[in-house]
Design a protein around this ligand. Structure first.
Ligand code: NAP
Ligand code: HSE
Length: 429
């Protein structure tokens, strides 16, 4: 072979970063791979769209087969995103005998096992380091460096857009829509930002990581998922008063033959490492029986961090081709574990209630909690409105079962002295 041909599907935020590295770092990449890497063809949706001047020399097409079945292409990089047609393109590339590198967490979370099996059958590589944590090395460490460990837990900030939004809301007092717009302008958000805001993007990433950590095929549909849209400025204020930060965490915990899998906003102690992860940064805290506690930290979104992971995957495949080592993936998903329903978890809770400000109200609320075996750790009456004779009540509980808490909240909503259960947030640590 005189070179390794690269076909690029997508020239958006990430594709532009990847193309830039392939065009500007040719000597360094050839040295690393042991053979030149040449970008042969690029798929875009609209060939007439204005592109950066530096891409004027690129051979672009809007016909996928000109890239995927191109005889000059050895490695297909998929960065168009979304489920379809990305899934079909990846399958077509594998069955045509091309190695594939993708940043697509949705496709890998939903179809990873199927695609890895297909790649094994066709003896080609399928690598996806950029799909979780972007530039933070996570897939390789889980597959290789932590292989001797029994992993007991993962606590992770896996979505740069929401972490950026929460940081802006907490530190700058920005409203949610403005913070989201900024994240979109900076290229962090998905084409459909609902996936970021509602925790779906983080759930896809947690499915990928927990499959690797627990050697079991995790279906993202089995991950309990809540987003950040119901958080309000008041919650950040009260969290601070109690010594907590609010983060959107992706959590996986092993408990015997069961695993807890959940993505939701959570109070975490403000002096914890994850509480100090701000802006677009991601962090993944892993607990292994041999390595102990590890924290992986870095930029979880943006063109260059994603390119770093994608080019590393390309180099691994290219080196294996150079040295005639098989790129076929090894699949180790042989553990049969059940996913614990959210109703069975036991954790502390924060409630914010709007209630009538009169004698006996607290007694009625604490009776409902007590009757449901939910024990109160502290109660603070935050604000009273003399005119409407209402008050804001903030309650922190001791660890309690989720199903008991949900039942108690339903009963509290029915009390005539309660105007509103304004929010409830789980508390970790
Ligand atoms: P993007 O900016 O929306 O770019 C998508 C690119 O794919 C565009 O060039 C678009 O063409 C092309 N495309 C989309 N649908 C197509 C279709 N049906 N046929 C042909 N071309 C199509 O997306 P992105 O932010 O780069 O994200 C790409 C992938 O990387 C996603 O899976 C994402 O989850 C993942 N990722 C993103 C980041 C990040 O920070 N953005 C980080 C890590 C991983 P046009 O240019 O003609 O519109
Ligand atoms: N939209 C994703 C995020 C991009 O904000 O984390 C990286 O996967």
């Amino acid at each position: 072979m005189k070179d390794i041909g690269i076909g690029l599907l997508g020239l958006g935020v990430v594709g532009s970063g990847v193309a830039g590295v392939l065009l500007n770092k040719t000597d360094k990449l050839a040295e690393q791979a042991g053979i030149p890497l040449v970008l042969k063809k690029v798929l875009v949706r609209d060939v007439n769209k204005q592109r950066l001047d530096c891409f004027a020399s690129l051979a672009m097409t809007d016909r996928a087969e000109e890239v995927i079945t191109n005889p000059e292409v050895d490695i297909v990089i998929e960065v168009i995103g979304g489920e379809h047609p990305a899934l079909e393109y990846i399958k077509q590339a594998i069955t045509t005998g091309k190695h594939v590198v993708t940043a697509n967490k949705e496709v890998i979370a939903k179809y990873g096992y199927e695609l890895l099996s297909l790649a094994q059958k066709y003896n080609v590589g399928l690598r996806y380091e950029a799909s979780v944590g972007s530039g933070i090395p996570l897939i390789s460490p889980f597959q290789q460096d932590l292989a001797a460990n029994d992993i007991s837990a993962i606590y992770a900030i896996l979505n740069g857009t929401t972490n950026y939004i929460l940081t802006q809301m907490s530190q700058e007092g920005l409203d949610f829509p403005l913070a989201l717009r900024q994240a979109q302008e900076l290229g962090y958000a998905e084409a459909n930002p609902v996936n970021d805001i509602e925790g779906i993007d983080a759930a896809y990433k947690l499915a990928i990581l927990s499959s690797l950590a627990f050697h079991t095929a995790v279906n993202p549909k089995n991950i309990y998922c809540e987003g950040i849209s119901r958080l309000q400025a008041k919650d950040f204020k009260y969290a601070k008063e109690f010594g907590y930060a609010i983060k959107l965490l992706a959590i996986a915990k092993r408990d015997g033959e069961a695993i807890e899998l959940r993505v939701h906003p959570v109070f975490i102690p403000e002096d914890s490492q994850l509480a100090k992860v701000n802006g677009v940064y991601n962090a993944v805290q892993v607990e292994g029986n041999l390595a102990g506690k590890l924290v992986f930290y870095g930029q979880g979104a943006g063109a260059l961090p994603a390119s770093s992971a994608i080019i590393a995957d390309v180099l691994t495949i290219a080196r294996n081709i150079s040295y005639r080592i098989s790129n076929a993936p090894k699949i180790q998903l042989n553990q049969k574990l059940t996913v614990k329903p959210i109703s069975d978890i036991k954790i502390r809770y924060y409630f914010r209630l709007n209630v009538l400000d009169r004698p006996g109200v607290l007694a009625q609320i604490s009776k409902v909690l007590g009757d449901n075996s939910v024990s109160i750790s502290s109660v603070i009456q935050k604000e009273s409105d003399l005119k409407s004779q209402t008050a804001v009540l903030v309650i922190m509980t001791h660890p309690a079962e989720e199903k008991a808490v949900q039942k108690a909240l339903e009963e509290i909503k029915q009390l005539t002295v309660v105007n509103e259960v304004s929010n409830f947030i789980r508390v970790e640590g």
